[in-house]
Design a protein around this ligand. Structure first.
Ligand code: 5AD
Ligand code: FES
Length: 347
């Protein structure tokens, strides 16, 4: 189908074919690009008004048993200075976050066996006892069905697990043979079945990624219909095998955010830290392309620079209060506002 320059808003993204998606993703027509972002922004405004949800990110361990080729905290990176936060330190982050208006805490970490089910349950229960009105999101990788069940029973509400790429051959170029796409997808199905609000996503411009890979990712996300979608540009880390690869681009990331917003109008889509890292106004531009979530860092400043997945990550020297004030101002300047709310998915 030839794409009408002015008709993006009339395209039905719930059914748009792979061929049409590819044409949109490939077009170098600036008018189509601008219209697409505009249509996505209007779609987000329709469902969420000018409200932006905040999630307080607590990076509680950078130990990881995995060796993903793109990631700065991969186990082979002996230069990474490893740390773990204690339960008390995590609770202190939550207290600080609660005061600042956060009602969702995202516990993110590497795949660290130290945080057994028992340890996670103790942390989740303690946060829920202290802050019963808050949502807990976990982002701690692949675990067993019984582990996911036990953490859900303890009070975890949501789970972020990016599929990274849904093309098996591409998956194998980004990950060591110990990891498989099949297992990743099985984890996502388990999480959904248990009742978590689930987030998935991928890196834009990851090494060896083709346009067809991206189209498969879009189709997968449309089928899987997650409550949350996290995408951000790949950015190389100097102590990984991908140190010499190029970053993903701002414009391609924005275009994909817009397409995802039009495909899944009610999804919670963050303007990610990686987007803010490749461009000083990346997060603002993400919001203007249809994103409706920001995830400022609540981790203690002492450990921030150690949670280094990629180079030049922003906000590593800032206190949580500074970041939230900075973001409030940035978001106000583009006509949006941060809300104090759990920001649950509404079907
Ligand atoms: N650049 C951008 N994003 C990265 N991630 C990991 N390494 C990088 C990198 N070098 C993303 C992955 C992971 C999420 C927590 O961070 O997609 O799922
Ligand atoms: Fe962290 Fe601006 S959001 S300093």
């Amino acid at each position: 189908m030839p794409i009408n320059k002015n008709a993006n808003m009339r395209l039905n993204f719930a059914t748009l074919s792979a061929v049409d998606l590819k044409e949109l993703l490939l077009t170098s027509d600036a008018t189509i690009h601008t219209n697409l972002l505009q249509a996505a922004r209007l779609k987000a405004l329709k469902h969420f008004q000018n409200k932006i949800y905040i999630r307080g990110l607590i990076e509680f361990t950078n130990y990881c048993k995995n060796d993903c080729y793109y990631c700065g905290i991969r186990c082979s990176n002996t230069k990474a200075e490893r740390y773990r936060l204690t339960k008390e330190e995590i609770l202190a982050c939550c207290r600080n976050g609660y005061e600042l208006g956060f009602r969702t805490f995202v516990l993110q970490g590497g795949e660290d066996a130290y945080f057994s089910d028992k340890a996670m349950i103790a942390i989740i229960s303690a946060i829920k006892t202290a802050h019963p009105d808050c949502a807990i999101t976990l982002s701690i990788g692949e675990r067993s069905l019984s582990s996911y069940k036990a953490m859900f029973a303890a009070g975890a509400d949501r789970y972020l697990l990016r599929h990274e790429t849904v093309t098996p051959s591409h998956y194998a170029l980004l990950h060591p043979p110990t990891l498989s796409l099949a297992n990743r997808l099985n984890c996502l199905e388990n999480l959904k079945k248990i009742g978590y609000q689930v987030g998935t996503g991928f890196m834009v411009g990851s090494p060896f990624q083709t346009i067809d890979n991206l189209i498969e990712d879009l189709l997968f996300i449309r089928r899987f219909n997650p409550q949350m979608i996290g995408i951000g540009p790949f950015i190389p880390h100097h102590d990984t095998p991908f140190r010499d690869k190029n970053s993903g681009t701002l414009q391609q990331t924005l275009r994909l955010i817009a397409m995802l917003r039009l495909m899944l109008p009610k999804a919670l889509i963050p303007a990610t830290t990686a987007l803010g890292t490749i461009d000083p106004c990346g997060r603002e531009q993400g919001i203007l392309a249809g994103a409706n979530v920001v995830m400022p860092n609540l981790s203690p400043v002492m450990v921030r620079s150690k949670y280094s997945l990629y180079d030049n990550k922003i906000c590593t020297g800032e206190e949580a209060a500074e970041c939230i004030n900075c973001l409030k101002e940035r978001i106000r300047k583009i006509g949006y506002e941060i809300v104090v709310d759990r920001g649950d998915y509404r079907a």
